[in-house]
Design a protein around this ligand. Sequence first.
Ligand SMILES: Cc1cc2nc3c(=O)[nH]c(=O)nc-3n(C[C@H](O)[C@H](O)[C@H](O)COP(=O)(O)O)c2cc1C
Length: 352
Amino acid sequence: MEWQNKLTQLLGVTYPVIQAPMLGVTSPAMVAAISNAGGLGSLPVGGFSPEKTRQLIQEVKSLTDKPYSVNLFAHDVPDIDSVQAEAMRSYLNTLIDKNGLHAEVPDLESLKFYTYKEQIAILTEENVPIVSFTFGIPDDGSLTKMKQHGIILIGTATCTEEAILLAEKNVDAIVLQGIEAGGHRGSFIPGDVPQVGLMALVPMARKAVNIPLIASGSINSGETVKAAFALGALAVQIGTAFISANESLAIPAYKQALATAKDTDTILTRAFSGRWARGIKNDFIDKVESTGLDIPPYPIQNSLTGTLRAEAQKKDNGQLTNLWSGQAAALSADKLPSADIFNKIISETESL
Ligand SMILES: Cc1cc2nc3c(=O)[nH]c(=O)nc-3n(C[C@H](O)[C@H](O)[C@H](O)COP(=O)(O)O)c2cc1C
């Protein structure tokens, strides 16, 4: 099987298979394991401080000399509506008390939001070879700085209109995130969140833009990789299949939930972060959504729920923290080293 194409050549990888950046799940060890296996490991740093961003990049660099990417959240921070946020804060504190968790929701004055703008200098100083981004498009100044530094840029689109907007900014490749995908929607056009399935999205975007396309959403096997290539993608980006990996930061209850999840068990919700994301339905989603409270936008809700989620994770409580997952979780919940999961998908694809 011929794996090489113009995208593998641009990225400098053996296989056009990308481990999705997964904030809260992907560790530097996972990134390095995939890059060392010939794929592209992706390090998520969305919303991290410049210091933490640098430390994680340096950790990846200490574990691999192969190409890797760093993933940014390219969103703006909205003003806080204090009435809306205080109501949510007070509800979350009640939920913490009722569940005997030792946490407190931070007060609004103490919330600190880092954005990609503070991370660009770190990426250039650390000579990061590839940067991917989601939730929007970085401003022109940031794009130019990265381009001038020779960084390869990969945007994320959830519909054809977003792919066209990314193409107008001359990105090098586009991740097409189908509605099946786990985690946050990368959507950024105004209005209702796009809900296009990967089977429609890849051919539609391919007609509209002339840029290498990367298919993402419920890809986890030889068949699904082949299907993505048949649709015209030049690479795939795989998330959920790596959540149960040994190098994953996911708690045991999360891995367990993935192993038994039905195709109907995930939903799109704003309850955890204020941004639409796909995860396995649990008590937290039910409770927050049934309050009738207005959910503050991302990243405000994300920060308000952060201490509660961290405490639930410490207690291995999968009912009160986010269990991001694609629709086909149970097909790919192997508890193995990341490289074994990766190699299995490669050899399955080769055998077809
Ligand atoms: C736990 C989790 C966290 C994610 N975090 C990010 C992220 O930080 N940045 C990003 O661009 N995409 C993120 N995604 C979305 C992935 O890039 C990708 O679109 C998705 O995993 C593909 O669908 P799949 O999970 O069915 O393979 C995340 C997905 C999951 C499951």
